[in-house]
Design a protein. Structure first.
Length: 345
């Protein structure tokens, strides 16, 4: 569940703590070092602030522990082992490291989906109330950011791994392996949400998590947060005209099926909302909200069944969680999390 992380320590560290790190690079605000993993494929950055005991450790803990090319995600047990390994690598007492403050954190999973990521990613058109037109035509990644509160990212994990292969032979070997998996219906969509600071945690009912030991002790709360974020995604699919539709719904459906709608979702939604009218600012805001909800409801209810949908993504995530319970022995509250995927909790 954890990938990128930023840990802040106030414990005074000596050169003995950095013997497994690269040589210190002096910069304006402190001394920069890199702690590589055993395969030397990924490093964590260790920054010791000048004239202070403050030390920050940042980077992808998942890649540092499993390796840059791994599809594995942390379980509670493997996360514990990673923190133990990090403490040993820094010659630190585990209790001291466990009290390190979490100032940034990325919560996510490599979700196995039934179709290729390039057929899913361009159609993720909304995340909660956020509509993002910038990366819509990008088949490999989509990003939504709400100020400095959080960032949502979805991308093709296999392509990211391939792009990170510097060895030609390794790249070909990985490419062949991923193509074999794809032929068997194994595609991996990376979904992650980055929380920027302690306020971000508090805003998402995770304010009780402030340090590394809190992450471990409240591990299953991360799954609750993750599934709640999945429930906020809208995946566009063309509307199937139905006899059950009212006249207004039929007109809206024809507009939603219009030329270039899927590739210019933001502009088209803006056009629809601009048609809303009211005599007061509050009334206009309410009218726009109703129209926006109606659009999402139309996509959800009348979207073509043969197209990949928000529901199918939720099902894929649910199946992924079931596999985590079965094969990774995570003690997840599956009924609760599955309801959470549908926004029921």
């Amino acid at each position: 569940m954890i990938d990128y992380i930023k840990i802040t320590l106030q414990t005074e560290l000596t050169e003995n703590n950095f013997i497994n790190c690269t040589k210190a690079i002096p910069k304006k605000y402190g001394f920069y070092r890199f702690l590589k993993n055993e395969k030397k494929s990924h490093s964590l950055m260790v920054v010791q602030k000048k004239n202070s005991t403050k030390v920050t450790i940042s980077g992808s803990l998942r890649k540092w522990y499993f390796g840059k090319s791994s599809l594995l995600d942390f379980t509670k047990e493997s996360f514990r082992k990673a923190i133990n390994k990090l403490a040993k690598s820094l010659n630190m007492d585990l209790d001291d490291l466990s009290q390190g403050k979490i100032t940034q954190c990325e919560i996510g999973l490599n979700v196995r989906t039934r179709i290729s990521c390039e057929k899913i990613i361009p159609n993720i058109v909304e995340y909660g109330r956020l509509i993002n037109p910038n990366n819509y035509r990008n088949l490999d990644e989509t990003t939504y950011q709400k100020g400095y509160d959080k960032k949502f990212i979805a991308y093709d994990k296999c392509k990211e791994i391939l792009n990170g292969c510097h060895s030609f032979k390794k790249r070909i070997r990985k490419k062949n392996a991923f193509e074999t998996l794809a032929d068997k219906g194994y595609h991996f969509l990376r979904i992650e949400i980055r929380l920027f600071d302690k306020k971000s945690f508090a805003n998402h009912k995770l304010g009780h998590i402030t340090c590394l030991s809190d992450l471990y002790n409240n591990w299953y709360d991360l799954y609750e947060f993750f599934t709640s974020q999945i429930s906020k995604l809208t995946i566009y699919r063309p509307i199937a005209i139905s006899e059950k539709m009212s006249k207004k719904e039929l007109q809206l459906a024809e507009f939603l099926n219009g030329e270039d709608f899927s590739s210019d979702y933001n502009a088209k939604i803006t056009e629809l909302l601009s048609q809303c009218k009211s005599q007061t600012a509050k009334g206009l805001s309410s009218a726009k909200t109703r129209m926006h909800n109606k659009i999402k409801r139309m996509i959800f209810q009348y979207g073509r069944k043969e197209e990949y949908s928000s529901i199918q993504l939720r099902v894929d995530v649910a199946l992924h969680l079931i596999r985590i319970c079965k094969y990774k022995e995570e003690n997840l509250a599956l009924p609760y999390l599955i309801r959470n995927l549908w926004g029921a909790n």
